[in-house]
Design a protein around this ligand. Structure first.
Ligand code: AVJ
Length: 316
């Protein structure tokens, strides 16, 4: 039997993830359509989810130090800019000594539009609607001699990669850089299990809605018939792997047809789809990760309210 070749990546990835043997999966990148991005923004305001506030606090506190360390001819590229609100203090500090050039890189056009609106007054903003590495390669091609490239990868998105993939990804970033260039990397740290679990299973149910929306998106874009009420949000912590996993658990035996992915999938009661893994770090693991990817960890700042580290890596 030959599977029909599918037109788009989303359809292909959904079919592959839901038909593999063992744990069914959906790639977490697909959580972020317009509804998903809006729900994620809401998550960042939840008292139980301190990650984004910690990230912002650290940037706010140390933007001046970072800018000073990098000199007066810096260009900035951000991987997954979102609306760019965390980035503002860095651009403001740079602007005190130079003209600001900022390349937000994101696959979401609406995020880029918001980012341009928010940050354009601070300098020249050149949005790149592309994947992280393709975008960064474009920036690397455009850079002029004498410029220092500062790459921002905030929000602990690095935690969505498997550990080996995280090394490979940072190595690929490093290949776009020259010695002396910088990467500011946000990493959420291991903390008490209860605190991590409630951050990904908040009592308001926003994270549950964020997670379930991926099935809604499949219904809307791939002409599927998931009954979202027959799935339940679940967060668990895998101590061994040091990661929070989000799952959607089937409440019943059910069959779902996903027409534009040309597939029919069945679920037994309590079977889950894994929709995201969010790895947590120990501080010394970040040092090692930096080293393996061709950087040295110049500085590491840790938030005093929510265990989270902002890391300044310098390409060697
Ligand atoms: C955007 C990947 C950093 O893993 O904490 C938030 C996504 N998922 N709540 C994270 C997320 C559930 C978030 N990252």
């Amino acid at each position: 039997m030959f599977a029909r070749a599918l037109a788009n990546d989303f359809a292909r990835d959904v079919r592959a993830g839901l038909t593999r043997t063992g744990q069914k999966t959906l790639s977490c990148q697909y959580l972020y359509d317009d509804i998903g991005s809006t729900l994620f923004d809401a998550i960042t305001f939840l008292p139980e989810y301190g990650l984004t506030r910690a990230d912002s606090r650290l940037i706010q506190l140390h933007a001046a130090g970072i800018a000073k360390r990098l000199g007066t001819n810096v260009i900035v590229a951000e991987l997954g800019s979102g609306s760019g609100s965390k980035t503002r203090p860095i651009l403001e500090q740079l602007r005190r000594r130079q003209v600001v050039v900022y390349y937000p890189i994101d696959v979401s056009r609406s995020a880029l539009e918001r980012c341009v609106r928010e940050l354009n007054p601070l300098g020249a903003v050149f949005p790149l609607e592309s994947s992280y590495l393709a975008g960064l390669r474009q920036v690397a091609e455009r850079r002029e001699t004498g410029q220092t490239l500062l790459v921002l990868f905030l929000g602990s998105t690095i935690g969505n990669f498997e550990p080996e993939a995280a090394i490979d990804f940072l190595l690929a970033v490093r290949l776009c850089l020259l010695p002396g260039d910088a990467l500011v990397l946000g990493t959420d740290l291991v903390k008490p299990t209860e605190q991590m679990l409630v951050a990904y299973d908040d009592p308001t149910g926003v994270t549950a809605a964020f997670n379930l929306n991926i099935l809604g998106r499949i219904n809307r874009e791939l002409d599927a018939d998931f009954d979202l009420r027959q799935f339940e949000h679940l967060a668990r912590y895998d101590e061994q792997a040091q990661r929070i996993e989000m799952h959607l658990r089937s409440r019943v035996y059910q069959i779902v047809s996903i027409r534009k992915a040309d597939v029919i999938v069945d679920f037994v009661p309590n079977e889950t789809i894994c929709t995201e893994a969010s790895h947590k770090f120990r501080t010394e693991q970040v040092t090692e990760l930096a080293r393996l990817a061709g950087f040295r960890l110049e500085q590491q700042w840790i938030d005093c309210q929510w265990p989270f580290a902002e890391n300044l890596l310098i390409a060697i």
